[in-house]
Write a protein that binds this ligand. Sequence first.
Ligand code: UD1
Ligand code: MG
Length: 456
Amino acid sequence: MSQLNIVILAAGKGTRMHSNHPKVLHEIGAKPILGHVIDCAKALNPDKVIVVYGFGGEAVKEQLSKENITWVNQAEQLGTGHAVQQAVPHLEDRANTLILLGDVPLVDVEACRKLIAHSDSKLVIQSFNKTDPAGYGRIVRSADGQVAAIVEHKDATAAQRDINEVNTGIMAMPNKYLKKWLLQLTNNNAQGEYYLTDIVSLAVAEGVQVSAEITEDEWSVTGINSKTDLVQIERVYQSRIAQKLLQQGVTLKDSSRLDVRGSLACGRDVEIDVNCVFEGNVTLGDNVKIAANCVIKNAVIAAGTKIAAFTHIDDTAIGENSRIGPFARLRPGTILAADTHIGNFVELKNAQVDIGSKVNHLSYIGDATIGKQVNVGAGTITCNYDGANKFRTVIEDGAFIGSDSQLVAPVTIGKNATIAAGSTITRDAPADSLTLCRAREQKTIVGWQRPTKIKK
Ligand code: UD1
Ligand code: MG
């Protein structure tokens, strides 16, 4: 196999997106459109990936700066041929080049592999039979069925416009030919552009073989030009992820009401109810059940844990057989051990909770370390912030925090300590004792009467 260079064309403005952001930075599955194309390129193990950028280029480079890419600026967009010309200084003489389009996010790795495999001494273009081919370059074949030229829609004759086989824009060829052909392009056509597609007739004239690989998968060659295209491709992308999960044995209550914006790894017998969104990297262990309307980001949830409806989880690890939600919010840095219960309207942030502990109702637990078998009563708040600095609350094993308590950090509640309901704890509470701190002691007025309605 020859060396492989990949050129991704991404300089187009994307006028029809009606956006101030470059088209290729709009997202599918929370990843820039161009990021998907780069992923496909990388999967092909190229020696070099070159992205031709233009409109909003600095933002494009910045957002994808982690990628090992050669960036080439096409200051003026004078056509696809002109775009590839900008990459020529980076193309290795003995390599082959695969051309990809930066706005076609579902581009198929296997189809590209096939194109590359056949491109060692010829030009291979990927084509598609389109029911409504308007706007596309048509594949014109000679009487014996050989590819003779690509004619752009605007340059095509009425007869050529009847051709349904269209150019997808994806093609591969040896660089020694490509470099030569690019020098021969002119902009003498309906759009006044340097068409890359003109290399087909140049190849034919030179006696270099041209072949077309016809793809059946329309979505894999569909470019995004508008917000309508964007949402359509998003749904295709999501339904493909859902199908993969179903094939692996995941139960989805409705495969059309799931959004995975990142990666979702599932064990056996996982169940996911409707309208859940998974972001970043999420791992669900065996028998994990996620109820409806949960948003889960960068989380590892161990086997047997149940997440009840409307729960929001971010940067969190949850141990086995835990019960979370409904309406719980687990914020970054939360680490829950096995058998923990976090209930409704409970917010945890940077909190570590050990085995068997419960925070079941209406609490804020931030910057806290909670031991084993602790019960945190309803409405308990860790006061972790004095307006300038944050402090930790430590609650040791077996402690019981009465409802509506405030634990003013830094503070430690000792092992098996009990805090009376309604206490504001500002100093460490010793182990094995009851600590209470209430503003007023309770009193009772015997014989007190409730007010009655005044008669008019
Ligand atoms: C191109 C093809 C057409 C094919 C169609 C498939 C040419 C001349 N035509 O047409 O045969 O059927 O794609 O979608 O190649 N780009 C640049 N710089 C430029 C111009 C374009 O980087 O100066 C990039 C765009 O960002 C885009 C890609 O090249 O990613 C295709 O450009 P576009 O303007 O969409 O070409 P089409 O006219 O659709
Ligand atoms: Mg196009």
